[in-house]
Design a protein around this ligand. Structure first.
Ligand SMILES: Cc1ncc(COP(=O)(O)O)c(C=O)c1O
Length: 418
Protein backbone atom coordinates (compact mmCIF):
# COMPACT_ATOMS: atom_id res chain seq x y z
CA UNK A 1 0.00 0.00 0.00
CA UNK A 2 1.19 3.53 -0.74
CA UNK A 3 -0.34 6.93 -0.06
CA UNK A 4 -1.10 7.17 -3.79
CA UNK A 5 -3.17 3.99 -4.23
CA UNK A 6 -6.59 4.79 -5.71
CA UNK A 7 -5.74 8.46 -6.25
CA UNK A 8 -6.34 10.37 -9.52
CA UNK A 9 -4.98 13.66 -10.83
CA UNK A 10 -8.13 15.29 -9.47
CA UNK A 11 -6.94 14.57 -5.91
CA UNK A 12 -4.01 16.96 -6.41
CA UNK A 13 -5.92 19.97 -7.64
CA UNK A 14 -5.15 23.23 -5.85
CA UNK A 15 -6.26 23.33 -2.23
CA UNK A 16 -4.15 26.24 -1.03
CA UNK A 17 -0.89 24.33 -0.45
CA UNK A 18 2.50 26.00 -0.95
CA UNK A 19 3.27 25.80 -4.66
CA UNK A 20 6.48 23.77 -4.50
CA UNK A 21 5.11 21.35 -1.90
CA UNK A 22 2.14 20.59 -4.16
CA UNK A 23 4.37 20.27 -7.22
CA UNK A 24 6.61 17.77 -5.39
CA UNK A 25 3.63 15.66 -4.32
CA UNK A 26 2.34 15.63 -7.90
CA UNK A 27 5.78 14.71 -9.20
CA UNK A 28 5.94 11.76 -6.74
CA UNK A 29 2.43 10.69 -7.74
CA UNK A 30 3.39 10.69 -11.45
CA UNK A 31 6.47 8.55 -10.68
CA UNK A 32 4.19 6.14 -8.78
CA UNK A 33 1.79 5.91 -11.76
CA UNK A 34 4.73 5.34 -14.10
CA UNK A 35 6.13 2.57 -11.88
CA UNK A 36 2.87 0.61 -11.95
CA UNK A 37 2.57 1.21 -15.74
CA UNK A 38 -0.63 3.20 -15.29
CA UNK A 39 0.56 6.41 -16.90
CA UNK A 40 -0.90 6.42 -20.40
CA UNK A 41 -0.55 10.19 -20.87
CA UNK A 42 1.80 12.17 -23.09
CA UNK A 43 2.91 9.03 -24.91
CA UNK A 44 5.42 10.09 -27.55
CA UNK A 45 4.27 9.33 -31.08
CA UNK A 46 6.97 9.10 -33.72
CA UNK A 47 4.91 8.72 -36.86
CA UNK A 48 2.18 11.34 -36.54
CA UNK A 49 -1.51 10.54 -36.29
CA UNK A 50 -2.15 7.36 -38.29
CA UNK A 51 -4.09 4.12 -37.84
CA UNK A 52 -0.78 2.27 -37.62
CA UNK A 53 1.61 4.33 -35.58
CA UNK A 54 5.08 4.19 -34.19
CA UNK A 55 5.22 5.23 -30.55
CA UNK A 56 7.82 5.29 -27.85
CA UNK A 57 6.67 2.84 -25.17
CA UNK A 58 6.45 5.01 -22.04
CA UNK A 59 7.69 2.21 -19.77
CA UNK A 60 10.42 0.49 -21.82
CA UNK A 61 11.26 3.65 -23.86
CA UNK A 62 11.53 1.36 -26.91
CA UNK A 63 9.96 2.31 -30.23
CA UNK A 64 6.97 0.11 -31.05
CA UNK A 65 4.38 -0.21 -33.78
CA UNK A 66 0.80 -0.07 -32.58
CA UNK A 67 -2.68 0.24 -34.01
CA UNK A 68 -3.97 3.51 -32.71
CA UNK A 69 -7.53 4.33 -31.65
CA UNK A 70 -6.69 7.60 -29.89
CA UNK A 71 -6.79 10.04 -32.79
CA UNK A 72 -9.67 12.33 -33.75
CA UNK A 73 -8.26 12.68 -37.26
CA UNK A 74 -11.44 10.87 -38.31
CA UNK A 75 -10.89 11.08 -42.06
CA UNK A 76 -7.11 10.81 -42.04
CA UNK A 77 -6.89 14.21 -43.72
CA UNK A 78 -3.81 15.18 -41.72
CA UNK A 79 -1.90 12.93 -44.15
CA UNK A 80 -3.86 13.60 -47.34
CA UNK A 81 -1.47 14.56 -50.14
CA UNK A 82 -3.49 17.56 -51.28
CA UNK A 83 -3.78 18.89 -47.72
CA UNK A 84 -0.03 18.55 -47.26
CA UNK A 85 0.75 20.17 -50.64
CA UNK A 86 -1.55 23.12 -49.93
CA UNK A 87 0.28 23.68 -46.64
CA UNK A 88 3.74 23.42 -48.20
CA UNK A 89 2.79 25.93 -50.93
CA UNK A 90 1.53 28.33 -48.26
CA UNK A 91 4.73 28.05 -46.23
CA UNK A 92 6.82 28.70 -49.34
CA UNK A 93 4.78 31.74 -50.27
CA UNK A 94 3.95 33.21 -46.88
CA UNK A 95 6.44 31.82 -44.37
CA UNK A 96 5.69 30.07 -41.11
CA UNK A 97 4.11 32.49 -38.67
CA UNK A 98 1.22 34.93 -39.05
CA UNK A 99 3.16 37.52 -37.08
CA UNK A 100 0.36 39.03 -35.02
CA UNK A 101 -3.14 38.53 -33.69
CA UNK A 102 -5.96 38.74 -36.26
CA UNK A 103 -7.06 42.16 -35.04
CA UNK A 104 -3.71 43.88 -35.40
CA UNK A 105 -1.90 42.52 -38.42
CA UNK A 106 -2.05 38.71 -38.46
CA UNK A 107 -5.26 38.24 -40.46
CA UNK A 108 -4.02 36.76 -43.73
CA UNK A 109 -6.22 36.48 -46.80
CA UNK A 110 -6.09 32.70 -46.29
CA UNK A 111 -7.73 33.17 -42.87
CA UNK A 112 -10.42 35.27 -44.50
CA UNK A 113 -10.90 32.58 -47.16
CA UNK A 114 -11.05 29.87 -44.48
CA UNK A 115 -13.75 31.74 -42.58
CA UNK A 116 -15.87 32.05 -45.72
CA UNK A 117 -15.23 28.41 -46.60
CA UNK A 118 -16.31 26.95 -43.27
CA UNK A 119 -19.35 29.25 -43.09
CA UNK A 120 -20.49 28.13 -46.58
CA UNK A 121 -19.70 24.50 -45.79
CA UNK A 122 -22.21 24.79 -42.96
CA UNK A 123 -24.81 26.62 -45.05
CA UNK A 124 -24.11 29.97 -43.37
CA UNK A 125 -22.38 33.19 -44.37
CA UNK A 126 -20.30 34.39 -41.46
CA UNK A 127 -17.61 32.75 -39.36
CA UNK A 128 -14.62 33.67 -37.25
CA UNK A 129 -11.63 31.37 -36.92
CA UNK A 130 -9.55 30.72 -33.82
CA UNK A 131 -6.35 28.81 -33.15
CA UNK A 132 -8.24 26.00 -31.40
CA UNK A 133 -11.72 24.69 -30.78
CA UNK A 134 -11.04 25.35 -27.11
CA UNK A 135 -10.47 29.04 -27.87
CA UNK A 136 -13.57 29.21 -30.08
CA UNK A 137 -15.85 27.98 -27.28
CA UNK A 138 -14.19 29.83 -24.47
CA UNK A 139 -13.77 33.12 -26.26
CA UNK A 140 -17.23 33.13 -27.82
CA UNK A 141 -19.08 32.64 -24.53
CA UNK A 142 -16.89 35.14 -22.75
CA UNK A 143 -17.37 37.81 -25.41
CA UNK A 144 -21.13 37.37 -25.64
CA UNK A 145 -22.21 37.00 -22.01
CA UNK A 146 -21.66 39.06 -18.88
CA UNK A 147 -22.69 39.29 -15.27
CA UNK A 148 -26.40 39.84 -15.98
CA UNK A 149 -26.61 36.80 -18.25
CA UNK A 150 -26.56 33.04 -17.84
CA UNK A 151 -25.09 30.13 -19.78
CA UNK A 152 -27.18 26.98 -19.37
CA UNK A 153 -25.03 23.95 -20.12
CA UNK A 154 -25.63 20.26 -20.60
CA UNK A 155 -23.59 18.62 -17.82
CA UNK A 156 -21.39 16.86 -20.38
CA UNK A 157 -20.43 19.86 -22.52
CA UNK A 158 -16.72 20.15 -23.19
CA UNK A 159 -14.33 21.73 -20.67
CA UNK A 160 -13.79 24.67 -23.05
CA UNK A 161 -17.47 25.57 -22.72
CA UNK A 162 -17.31 25.29 -18.93
CA UNK A 163 -14.16 27.43 -18.88
CA UNK A 164 -15.80 30.08 -21.06
CA UNK A 165 -18.36 30.72 -18.35
CA UNK A 166 -15.99 32.38 -15.88
CA UNK A 167 -17.29 35.80 -16.95
CA UNK A 168 -20.97 34.96 -16.60
CA UNK A 169 -23.43 32.93 -14.54
CA UNK A 170 -23.66 29.23 -15.14
CA UNK A 171 -26.41 26.66 -14.71
CA UNK A 172 -26.09 22.99 -15.54
CA UNK A 173 -28.87 20.67 -16.72
CA UNK A 174 -28.85 16.88 -16.71
CA UNK A 175 -27.44 15.31 -19.82
CA UNK A 176 -29.87 15.45 -22.77
CA UNK A 177 -32.71 15.81 -20.28
CA UNK A 178 -35.40 18.17 -21.56
CA UNK A 179 -37.26 18.34 -18.24
CA UNK A 180 -34.06 19.39 -16.49
CA UNK A 181 -33.37 21.99 -19.21
CA UNK A 182 -36.89 23.35 -18.78
CA UNK A 183 -36.35 23.68 -15.04
CA UNK A 184 -33.09 25.56 -15.63
CA UNK A 185 -34.75 27.88 -18.15
CA UNK A 186 -37.70 28.61 -15.88
CA UNK A 187 -35.28 29.46 -13.09
CA UNK A 188 -33.35 31.80 -15.40
CA UNK A 189 -36.02 34.19 -16.55
CA UNK A 190 -34.59 37.08 -14.51
CA UNK A 191 -31.31 37.03 -16.43
CA UNK A 192 -31.03 39.41 -19.40
CA UNK A 193 -29.69 36.84 -21.88
CA UNK A 194 -29.95 33.06 -21.69
CA UNK A 195 -27.57 30.96 -23.79
CA UNK A 196 -28.14 27.21 -23.85
CA UNK A 197 -24.96 25.35 -24.81
CA UNK A 198 -24.81 21.73 -25.91
CA UNK A 199 -22.42 19.51 -27.83
CA UNK A 200 -23.61 17.88 -31.08
CA UNK A 201 -21.75 14.65 -30.38
CA UNK A 202 -20.60 14.17 -26.79
CA UNK A 203 -16.91 13.43 -26.58
CA UNK A 204 -16.92 10.78 -23.84
CA UNK A 205 -20.03 8.77 -24.67
CA UNK A 206 -20.21 9.44 -28.42
CA UNK A 207 -23.96 10.05 -28.20
CA UNK A 208 -25.92 12.78 -29.96
CA UNK A 209 -27.85 15.71 -28.47
CA UNK A 210 -31.64 15.89 -28.78
CA UNK A 211 -31.13 18.93 -30.94
CA UNK A 212 -34.65 19.30 -32.31
CA UNK A 213 -36.29 19.24 -28.89
CA UNK A 214 -33.68 21.53 -27.35
CA UNK A 215 -34.06 23.96 -30.25
CA UNK A 216 -37.85 24.11 -29.72
CA UNK A 217 -37.49 24.67 -25.98
CA UNK A 218 -34.98 27.49 -26.56
CA UNK A 219 -37.37 29.20 -28.96
CA UNK A 220 -40.22 28.87 -26.49
CA UNK A 221 -38.19 30.42 -23.65
CA UNK A 222 -36.44 33.08 -25.72
CA UNK A 223 -33.01 31.52 -25.15
CA UNK A 224 -30.14 31.49 -27.64
CA UNK A 225 -28.76 28.08 -28.63
CA UNK A 226 -25.07 27.31 -29.17
CA UNK A 227 -24.00 23.87 -30.42
CA UNK A 228 -20.40 22.68 -30.34
CA UNK A 229 -20.27 19.90 -32.93
CA UNK A 230 -16.53 19.29 -32.79
CA UNK A 231 -16.95 15.52 -33.26
CA UNK A 232 -19.85 15.58 -35.72
CA UNK A 233 -18.92 18.13 -38.39
CA UNK A 234 -17.09 16.44 -41.27
CA UNK A 235 -18.17 13.00 -40.05
CA UNK A 236 -21.92 12.73 -39.47
CA UNK A 237 -24.95 14.20 -41.22
CA UNK A 238 -26.18 13.29 -44.69
CA UNK A 239 -23.37 15.20 -46.40
CA UNK A 240 -20.93 15.46 -43.49
CA UNK A 241 -22.20 18.75 -42.11
CA UNK A 242 -22.54 17.26 -38.65
CA UNK A 243 -25.47 16.18 -36.58
CA UNK A 244 -27.24 19.55 -36.98
CA UNK A 245 -27.66 18.78 -40.71
CA UNK A 246 -29.90 15.80 -40.03
CA UNK A 247 -32.21 18.00 -37.96
CA UNK A 248 -32.43 20.57 -40.81
CA UNK A 249 -31.24 23.31 -38.44
CA UNK A 250 -27.90 24.37 -39.91
CA UNK A 251 -28.89 27.97 -40.57
CA UNK A 252 -31.36 28.19 -37.71
CA UNK A 253 -29.19 27.47 -34.68
CA UNK A 254 -27.88 30.79 -33.29
CA UNK A 255 -24.25 29.76 -32.84
CA UNK A 256 -22.31 26.75 -34.12
CA UNK A 257 -18.78 26.10 -32.94
CA UNK A 258 -16.33 23.45 -34.04
CA UNK A 259 -12.74 22.49 -34.47
CA UNK A 260 -10.35 21.99 -37.38
CA UNK A 261 -8.39 19.47 -35.31
CA UNK A 262 -10.63 16.45 -35.81
CA UNK A 263 -12.32 15.61 -39.15
CA UNK A 264 -10.35 18.39 -40.91
CA UNK A 265 -7.02 16.93 -39.79
CA UNK A 266 -5.43 20.26 -38.86
CA UNK A 267 -5.66 22.59 -35.90
CA UNK A 268 -7.89 25.56 -35.05
CA UNK A 269 -11.51 26.26 -34.34
CA UNK A 270 -14.39 28.41 -35.52
CA UNK A 271 -17.64 30.05 -34.55
CA UNK A 272 -20.51 30.52 -36.97
CA UNK A 273 -23.35 32.94 -36.34
CA UNK A 274 -25.28 35.80 -37.90
CA UNK A 275 -23.27 38.76 -39.24
CA UNK A 276 -23.70 41.08 -36.24
CA UNK A 277 -22.62 38.40 -33.77
CA UNK A 278 -19.51 37.60 -35.79
CA UNK A 279 -18.68 41.31 -35.93
CA UNK A 280 -18.99 41.47 -32.14
CA UNK A 281 -16.67 38.47 -31.79
CA UNK A 282 -14.12 39.94 -34.20
CA UNK A 283 -13.73 43.01 -31.98
CA UNK A 284 -14.45 41.63 -28.51
CA UNK A 285 -13.33 38.01 -28.30
CA UNK A 286 -10.10 38.31 -26.41
CA UNK A 287 -8.46 35.40 -28.15
CA UNK A 288 -8.79 37.21 -31.46
CA UNK A 289 -7.32 40.37 -30.03
CA UNK A 290 -4.55 39.14 -27.75
CA UNK A 291 -3.33 35.90 -29.33
CA UNK A 292 -1.52 35.36 -32.64
CA UNK A 293 -3.44 34.10 -35.67
CA UNK A 294 -2.93 30.54 -36.93
CA UNK A 295 -0.16 30.12 -39.48
CA UNK A 296 -1.11 30.65 -43.14
CA UNK A 297 -0.13 26.99 -43.69
CA UNK A 298 -2.84 25.83 -41.30
CA UNK A 299 -5.42 27.96 -43.10
CA UNK A 300 -4.37 26.68 -46.55
CA UNK A 301 -4.35 23.04 -45.46
CA UNK A 302 -7.70 23.37 -43.72
CA UNK A 303 -9.33 24.99 -46.76
CA UNK A 304 -8.15 22.02 -48.82
CA UNK A 305 -9.44 19.56 -46.20
CA UNK A 306 -12.89 21.17 -46.32
CA UNK A 307 -12.93 20.79 -50.12
CA UNK A 308 -11.86 17.15 -49.93
CA UNK A 309 -14.78 16.24 -47.70
CA UNK A 310 -17.08 17.10 -50.63
CA UNK A 311 -14.78 15.94 -53.43
CA UNK A 312 -14.01 12.53 -51.92
CA UNK A 313 -17.13 11.31 -50.14
CA UNK A 314 -15.75 7.75 -50.21
CA UNK A 315 -13.44 8.65 -47.29
CA UNK A 316 -16.40 9.42 -45.05
CA UNK A 317 -18.23 6.33 -46.32
CA UNK A 318 -15.26 4.19 -45.26
CA UNK A 319 -15.47 5.64 -41.78
CA UNK A 320 -19.21 5.01 -41.59
CA UNK A 321 -18.64 1.38 -42.67
CA UNK A 322 -15.94 0.99 -40.02
CA UNK A 323 -18.29 2.35 -37.36
CA UNK A 324 -21.01 -0.08 -38.44
CA UNK A 325 -18.63 -3.06 -38.50
CA UNK A 326 -17.13 -2.25 -35.11
CA UNK A 327 -20.55 -1.75 -33.54
CA UNK A 328 -21.85 -5.07 -34.88
CA UNK A 329 -18.70 -6.88 -33.74
CA UNK A 330 -18.96 -5.45 -30.21
CA UNK A 331 -22.61 -6.54 -30.12
CA UNK A 332 -21.55 -10.07 -31.09
CA UNK A 333 -18.99 -10.06 -28.27
CA UNK A 334 -21.61 -8.68 -25.84
CA UNK A 335 -19.36 -5.73 -25.04
CA UNK A 336 -21.11 -2.71 -23.59
CA UNK A 337 -20.31 0.47 -25.56
CA UNK A 338 -22.83 2.64 -23.77
CA UNK A 339 -25.01 4.90 -25.89
CA UNK A 340 -22.51 5.64 -28.68
CA UNK A 341 -23.93 6.75 -32.04
CA UNK A 342 -20.72 8.02 -33.60
CA UNK A 343 -17.05 7.17 -34.24
CA UNK A 344 -16.39 7.37 -30.48
CA UNK A 345 -16.76 4.05 -28.66
CA UNK A 346 -16.59 3.88 -24.86
CA UNK A 347 -16.03 0.33 -23.60
CA UNK A 348 -17.90 0.58 -20.32
CA UNK A 349 -15.71 -1.31 -17.86
CA UNK A 350 -16.93 0.86 -14.95
CA UNK A 351 -13.90 0.19 -12.69
CA UNK A 352 -11.03 2.65 -12.65
CA UNK A 353 -8.27 0.16 -11.80
CA UNK A 354 -9.44 -2.39 -14.36
CA UNK A 355 -9.66 0.33 -17.01
CA UNK A 356 -6.00 1.22 -16.44
CA UNK A 357 -5.03 -2.47 -16.44
CA UNK A 358 -6.98 -3.06 -19.65
CA UNK A 359 -5.28 -0.09 -21.37
CA UNK A 360 -1.88 -1.36 -20.22
CA UNK A 361 -2.47 -4.89 -21.53
CA UNK A 362 -3.88 -3.60 -24.82
CA UNK A 363 -0.78 -1.43 -25.31
CA UNK A 364 1.48 -4.38 -24.52
CA UNK A 365 -0.36 -6.22 -27.28
CA UNK A 366 -0.05 -3.44 -29.83
CA UNK A 367 -3.41 -1.66 -29.43
CA UNK A 368 -3.25 1.95 -28.29
CA UNK A 369 -6.43 3.23 -26.60
CA UNK A 370 -7.30 5.88 -24.02
CA UNK A 371 -8.37 4.93 -20.50
CA UNK A 372 -10.93 7.50 -19.32
CA UNK A 373 -11.73 7.88 -15.66
CA UNK A 374 -12.38 10.46 -12.98
CA UNK A 375 -12.54 13.47 -13.28
CA UNK A 376 -13.36 13.21 -17.03
CA UNK A 377 -16.21 10.85 -16.11
CA UNK A 378 -17.60 9.65 -12.74
CA UNK A 379 -15.56 6.75 -11.26
CA UNK A 380 -18.37 4.27 -11.81
CA UNK A 381 -18.42 5.25 -15.50
CA UNK A 382 -14.70 4.56 -16.10
CA UNK A 383 -14.12 3.25 -19.59
CA UNK A 384 -11.70 2.60 -22.41
CA UNK A 385 -12.34 5.02 -25.26
CA UNK A 386 -11.64 4.22 -28.89
CA UNK A 387 -12.05 6.54 -31.86
CA UNK A 388 -12.46 4.93 -35.25
CA UNK A 389 -11.15 6.56 -38.40
CA UNK A 390 -11.53 6.03 -42.12
CA UNK A 391 -7.89 4.94 -42.18
CA UNK A 392 -8.46 1.79 -40.11
CA UNK A 393 -8.51 -1.34 -42.25
CA UNK A 394 -10.71 -4.33 -41.46
CA UNK A 395 -7.51 -6.10 -40.34
CA UNK A 396 -6.72 -3.27 -37.90
CA UNK A 397 -10.20 -3.46 -36.43
CA UNK A 398 -10.18 -7.26 -36.24
CA UNK A 399 -6.83 -7.18 -34.46
CA UNK A 400 -8.21 -4.70 -31.94
CA UNK A 401 -11.33 -6.81 -31.43
CA UNK A 402 -9.19 -9.90 -30.78
CA UNK A 403 -7.18 -8.05 -28.18
CA UNK A 404 -10.29 -6.56 -26.58
CA UNK A 405 -11.76 -10.06 -26.32
CA UNK A 406 -8.46 -11.27 -24.78
CA UNK A 407 -8.47 -8.47 -22.19
CA UNK A 408 -12.13 -9.01 -21.31
CA UNK A 409 -11.39 -12.68 -20.64
CA UNK A 410 -8.12 -12.07 -18.80
CA UNK A 411 -9.57 -9.45 -16.45
CA UNK A 412 -12.93 -11.15 -16.28
CA UNK A 413 -14.70 -7.94 -17.29
CA UNK A 414 -18.46 -7.71 -17.15
CA UNK A 415 -20.32 -8.13 -20.47
CA UNK A 416 -23.79 -7.14 -21.59
CA UNK A 417 -26.33 -9.78 -20.69
CA UNK A 418 -28.54 -9.32 -23.74
C1 LIG B 1 -16.56 18.59 -27.87
C2 LIG B 1 -15.25 19.31 -28.03
N1 LIG B 1 -15.24 20.63 -28.20
C3 LIG B 1 -14.10 21.31 -28.34
C4 LIG B 1 -12.88 20.67 -28.31
C5 LIG B 1 -11.61 21.47 -28.43
O1 LIG B 1 -11.07 21.35 -29.70
P1 LIG B 1 -9.53 21.71 -29.97
O2 LIG B 1 -8.77 20.44 -29.81
O3 LIG B 1 -9.54 22.22 -31.38
O4 LIG B 1 -9.13 22.74 -29.00
C6 LIG B 1 -12.83 19.29 -28.17
C7 LIG B 1 -11.52 18.59 -28.17
O5 LIG B 1 -11.24 17.70 -27.45
C8 LIG B 1 -14.04 18.58 -28.01
O6 LIG B 1 -14.05 17.26 -27.82
Amino acid sequence: MTEFDGKTLKDFEYKGEPLLERAKTIDNYIVYRHNICHLPYRIITCSGSRAEMEIQNPYSQKKENVISFVSNDYLGLSHHNKVIEAGIDAIRQFGCGAGASPLIGGHHYLHEALEKKIAHFLNNEYAISYTSGYAANCSTICALLGEDDVAILDMFTHASVMDGCHCTNRKIFLHNNIESLLRALRASMDFKNRLVVIDGVYSQDGDIAYIDKIYEVCKEYGAYLMIDDAHGIGVLGKTGRGVIEDFGLLNKVDIITGTFSKAFGNVGGYTIARKEVITLLRYYSRHNIFSAAATPQVAASTIKAIEIIDEEPDIRERLLKNIQYFRESLNTLHIDYGISQSAIFPLMIRDEYKVNEAAKILLENGVYVNPISYPAVPRKQSRIRLSLTAMHTKENIDQALNQIEFVYNKLNLRRKTS
